[in-house]
Ligand binder design. Structure first.
Ligand code: SF4
Ligand code: SF4
Length: 104
């Protein structure tokens, strides 16, 4: 990854981490199922799931390509246990975990 892209991602990550009231979700088009986020979660809220063929078909092109190259295992967050601490977001080398503000 080039430095410019790295710095854009770092900026975006910082913005998302600064969201106070947010929901943390995994973008299955970017996740490669590496599992490295699982062990950093203090709430044990992340599991690795196997997407069905139907779920893979519903992903955008990037996600279908990634599933073909890296497999159909993806991280999934149990929102009931997640405290939105952001530790998994910092851990993810694919920038696949995002925090979105809760809209009222
Ligand atoms: S969300 Fe990121 S760290 Fe977690 S399994 Fe996917 S690629 Fe790996
Ligand atoms: S935001 Fe924190 S609590 Fe939620 S899944 Fe990630 S590491 Fe776990």
């Amino acid at each position: 990854m080039n430095k410019f892209k790295q710095s854009l991602i770092a900026q975006k990550l910082e913005q998302e981490l600064s969201i106070k009231e947010g929901i943390v979700r995994v973008d299955h088009s970017s996740c490669d199922g590496c599992e490295s986020c699982v062990s950093v979660c203090p709430q044990d809220a992340i599991e690795i799931v196997l997407l069905s063929d139907k779920e893979v078909k519903q992903l955008p092109f990037k996600g279908r390509l990634k599933a073909m190259l890296k497999g159909k295992y993806k991280a999934s967050i149990n929102e009931g246990n997640c405290t939105s601490c952001g530790k998994c977001m910092k851990q993810c080398h694919e920038f696949a975990i995002h925090k979105v503000a809760i809209s009222n």
